[in-house]
Design a protein around this ligand. Structure first.
Ligand code: NAI
Length: 302
C-alpha cells in the first residue's frame, strides 16, 4: 500500500485552474481553415485574436473584414498582423491579446505554407523557408503561449496544424511533408515536457481541404508537368502528375487527389477541419494530449 501510494498517489496534483475567460489566438486566420476555425471558436464562446501576415492593401484586408463580420454577429475578435516566423512578432501578438482580454487559454498555430516540387529539384533555401514557417513558426507560437500559461498559473491548450502529409510521405510535397511530420514531433514534445504544468498539446491532420493553399499546389503541379515534358518523360509519368493547366487547375488538382485518395469521395471543407479543432479546444478534450488526429475523409486508414 505504501509503495502504491508513493508510486501513484503522492505525485497526484489537483488540476490547474482554467484561465478566467475562454480566449484563443488563431494564426493564419485570414482565410481557409483558420477563418473557419475562428467562426467555430467564436460560436463556442471564445474571444479571439486573429493573426495573419499583413495584406498588400489595407482596404482589402481579409483579416480585418473577418473580425468585423464576427463582431457584427456579437462575437469578440480583433486582428493582429504578424509574421509568426519572428519571435518578437509573436510576442507582440501575445501582448496584443493580453492587452484586450487579460489572459490566454488556447493557442491555435494554424498558419502554414506549401510548395509542390520533386525532391530532386528542391532548392535548400526554399526547403528552409517551409521549415521556418511550418515548424519554427509553430514553435514560436507554442512557446510564447506555454510561457504565458505558466505565468498565469493556469492550464492551457496548444493546438497545431499537421497534415496527412505529416502521417505518410507524399510525392512532390517532400519539404511540406517533412515539416508536417516535425509538427507532430514538436507537439508531442511540448505535451511530454509541459504535462506537469497542466498544458496539453495536440495537432490536427487535414487531408484535401479546398482552400487557397491548393492554388499553390496546382501551380506546382503545372510546373512539374512542364519539367517532365521538357525532360521527355513518358506517358505513364505524365499521367502521374496529370495536367492541371490553365483555368480550373485548382479544381482539377483537388478532384484528382480526392478521387485517388479519399474514401469518403469528397474533398473536405474548412468547416470539417474546424469541427475537430473546436473539439480539441473544448473541455471535452481536457484529458487528451500528445495526439495528432486526422480529419481526412479516411485517407490515412486506407
Ligand atoms: P491557406 O493557405 O488557405 O491559409 C493559410 C494562412 O496562413 C494564409 O492566410 C497565410 O497568409 C497565413 N500565413 C502564412 N505564413 C504566415 C506567417 N509566417 N505568419 C502568419 N500567417 C501566415 O491554408 P489552409 O489550407 O487554410 O491551411 C491551414 C493549415 O492547415 C496550414 O498549416 C496547412 O499546412 C494545413 N493543412 C491544409 C490542408 C489543405 O488541404 N488545405 C491539408 C493539410 C494541412
Amino acid at each position: 500500500a505504501t509503495f502504491l501510494r508513493r508510486r501513484f498517489l503522492s505525485t497526484q496534483q489537483p488540476p490547474k485552474p482554467k484561465a478566467p475567460i475562454k480566449s484563443a489566438i488563431i494564426t493564419g486566420a485570414a482565410r481557409g481553415i483558420g477563418r473557419a476555425t475562428a467562426h467555430r471558436l467564436a460560436a463556442d464562446g471564445y474571444v479571439l485574436t486573429l493573426n495573419d501576415l499583413s495584406s498588400s492593401s489595407s482596404s482589402d484586408d481579409a483579416l480585418t473584414t473577418l473580425c468585423n463580420d464576427l463582431q457584427s454577429l456579437g462575437h469578440s475578435a480583433h486582428p493582429f498582423h504578424a509574421d509568426i516566423t519572428t519571435p518578437t512578432s509573436v510576442s507582440a501578438l501575445l501582448s496584443s491579446h493580453l492587452s484586450v482580454y487579460g489572459s490566454l487559454s488556447c493557442m491555435i498555430a494554424n498558419a502554414g505554407i506549401v510548395a509542390a516540387a520533386p525532391l530532386l529539384s528542391v532548392n535548400p533555401n526554399d526547403f528552409l523557408h517551409i521549415l521556418e514557417t511550418n515548424v519554427i513558426g509553430v514553435f514560436n507560437c507554442y512557446r510564447a503561449a506555454a510561457e504565458q500559461f505558466i505565468k498565469q498559473g493556469t492550464s492551457g491548450k496548444l493546438i497545431g496544424a499537421s497534415s496527412v502529409a505529416g502521417l505518410r510521405g507524399q510525392p512532390l510535397l517532400g519539404p511540406y511533408a517533412t515539416s508536417k511530420f516535425a509538427v507532430r514531433g514538436l507537439t508531442q514534445s511540448f505535451a511530454a515536457e509541459l504535462a506537469g504544468e497542466g498544458i496539453t498539446a495536440n495537432a490536427y491532420a487535414p487531408g484535401v481541404v479546398e482552400t487557397g493553399m491548393w492554388d499553390t499546389i496546382a501551380e506546382g503541379f503545372v510546373r512539374v508537368e512542364e519539367m517532365m515534358r521538357k525532360a521527355g518523360k513518358g506517358e505513364k509519368e505524365m499521367e502521374d502528375v496529370e495536367a492541371a493547366e490553365g483555368e480550373g487547375a485548382k479544381a482539377r488538382t483537388i478532384k484528382k487527389f480526392t478521387d485517388a485518395l479519399v474514401p469518403l469521395k469528397r474533398h473536405s471543407t474548412p468547416e470539417d477541419v474546424a469541427g475537430l479543432v473546436g473539439f480539441l479546444a473544448s473541455e471535452g478534450a481536457d484529458y487528451i494530449t500528445g495526439q495528432t488526429y486526422a480529419v481526412d475523409g479516411g485517407i490515412y486508414f486506407t
